[in-house]
Design a protein around this ligand. Structure first.
Ligand SMILES: [Zn+2]
Length: 94
């Protein structure tokens, strides 16, 4: 149900022309995930999107999939494929 709704969002014109680029601009085309470094501190991942010279394409992820407004950019984050794939396992606690 939720994933069906999000699929419609991802295919919408608003998402493709406005929301996605706004999130990417906000994060300067870098992955916004945090990961634990060797010192036990959280670091930004900072993988760069392909349009900014990187070698990966960032995905836009809904932080809270049940948020009432799927276009609210405060609920969105840009993630590289590596970080989005392990989001549920190693989610940041704050
Ligand atoms: Zn990442």
């Amino acid at each position: 149900m939720t994933s069906m709704r999000l699929k419609a969002v991802y295919n919408s014109k608003k998402w493709r022309t406005e929301v996605r680029s706004e999130v990417l601009r906000r994060c300067h085309f870098r992955c916004e995930a945090t990961r634990l470094n060797v010192f036990g501190e959280y670091d930004r991942c900072r993988t760069v999107d392909i349009v900014a010279g990187g070698d990966k394409s960032l995905l836009i992820d809904h932080i809270d999939p049940f948020h009432p407004d799927p276009y609210d950019i405060d609920n969105l984050q840009a993630l590289c494929s590596e970080c989005s794939g392990r989001k549920d396992g190693g989610r940041r606690r704050s």
